[in-house]
Design a protein around this ligand. Structure first.
Ligand SMILES: Nc1ncnc2c1ncn2[C@@H]1O[C@H](COP(=O)(O)OP(=O)(O)OP(=O)(O)O)[C@@H](O)[C@H]1O
Ligand SMILES: [Mg+2]
Length: 367
């Protein structure tokens, strides 16, 4: 007997019972059988036409969240995954089903606003924190700044030095909304009208002001001209971004913080929009000690070690390296040994592992 997939079985059993769908949301996922790990986007300019096209070929299909629908017309075998159906459960695509194509979501990081990191948790970066104070004052009372509001700030520096953390901490300090978006998401997955998307982001931020719009990896839209010619709407995204950064449409109580590892690669037009560029440097020796001490306090296991011993050997480490590689590595070793506390041997071994990984050619890092 041929093996039937869950979906096929359901087709047989539930076809007659499935309720007509009120709403179906589809996410373009490409060719899940042939190729994995690729991001697909489908540029739909006319959403009403997408609905007609979807219904024409999938009318009567019985679906539930997680199922795949395969295109038979425009791009044969291109798959769409069902990400939402109403009513929930097993439904049938019917005449008046509203079919929507999924757009990348801008997540509002509410969790961080309650409790969450604060500026005191950010070790070092004094000059950045000074600027943050100004931004905080502005967010608390936008009107008092008149036309002199801090608007766009660029955070740059090596990976893991605390750029994202600081932006979040700043938002937390004044309970501002935090809209975090990766520039690559605006480019790579965006479906439809690029500039509309950015305007929506900013009007959402303005509606919930005080707010911070945090654009991570901003160089992804700002740098690559070649990429811009491949994807028409990248240029559009850049232009939309520029107009928001210019504050042509005033958004009181909204501050943009953009982050990049490589400001030198940034498009000049974009770079010039930032009133200040703040560098996040790799921590100094004293800062490394402070970072280690800070996170040792939060470890679920006691640490019985002289942290001072690890300062010369961690030169060049970022805060993330110290926390995620050294401390976590030591913790996991201790856990595996059922040890009662973390001792220097655990830290030494973790460090050795890191050195080993760094001495291998990059391609072999994960083998
Ligand atoms: N100066 C610091 N003080 C305290 N913790 C730090 C510091 N720098 C890094 N960390 C720790 O490392 C983590 C990673 O930092 P974060 O994500 O903010 O780096 P980033 O600069 O945004 O890196 P990337 O460029 O890769 O996005 C933080 O969540 C925090 O736990
Ligand atoms: Mg970051």
């Amino acid at each position: 007997m041929p093996v039937k997939t869950k979906q096929a079985r359901r087709l047989v059993v539930e076809k007659t019972y499935a309720r007509p769908a009120r709403f179906v949301r589809l996410k373009p996922v490409g060719f899940p059988i042939k190729e994995l790990h690729r991001n697909y986007f489908v540029n739909v300019e006319r959403e009403d036409l997408f609905e007609i096209y979807a219904k024409e070929q999938w009318m009567g299909s019985v679906i539930a969240t997680g199922d795949y629908l395969f295109d038979q017309r425009v791009i044969p075998d291109f798959a769409y995954q069902v990400t939402k159906v109403l009513p929930s459960g097993v439904v049938k695509i019917a005449e008046d089903t509203i079919v929507e194509i999924e757009k990348p979501e801008v997540k509002e990081d509410r969790g961080a606003v309650e409790g969450g990191v604060k500026l005191k948790d950010v070790i070092g970066h004094g000059h950045v924190k000074r600027k943050c104070k100004i931004v905080m004052k502005y967010l608390e009372d936008p009107e008092s700044f008149g036309g002199w509001a801090p608007k766009n700030v660029l955070f740059h520096g090596a990976p893991g030095t605390g750029k994202t953390m600081t932006a979040k901490a700043l938002a937390n300090e004044v309970k501002a909304r935090f809209f975090k978006v990766r520039a690559t998401d605006l480019v790579g997955e965006f479906v439809g009208d690029g500039s509309k998307r950015i305007h929506e982001l900013y009007s959402m931020a303005a509606d919930s002001a005080p707010a911070i719009v945090f654009i991570d990896e901003v160089d992804a839209v700002g740098l690559d001209r070649a990429y811009q010619s491949v994807r028409g709407d990248v240029a559009e995204v850049v232009n939309a971004l520029l107009s928001e950064l210019d504050g042509v449409k005033e958004n009181p109580g909204v501050v943009t913080i953009a982050a990049t590892n490589s400001p030198a690669l940034l498009d000049r037009a974009i770079r010039s929009r930032f009133e200040e560029e703040l560098e996040f440097k790799i921590p100094t020796k004293d800062e490394r000690l402070a970072i280690l001490k800070h996170y040792v306090r939060t470890l679920p296991m006691e640490v019985d070690a002289d942290l001072g011993r690890y300062l010369s050997r961690t030169e060049g480490f970022s805060g993330r390296d110290l926390k995620e590689k050294l401390l976590k590595g030591a913790l996991y070793r201790a856990i595996l040994e059922d040890a009662e506390k973390i001792v220097e041997r655990h830290l030494d071994e973790a460090l050795k592992e890191i050195d080993l990984a760094l001495s291998r050619p990059p391609g072999e890092m994960f083998t």
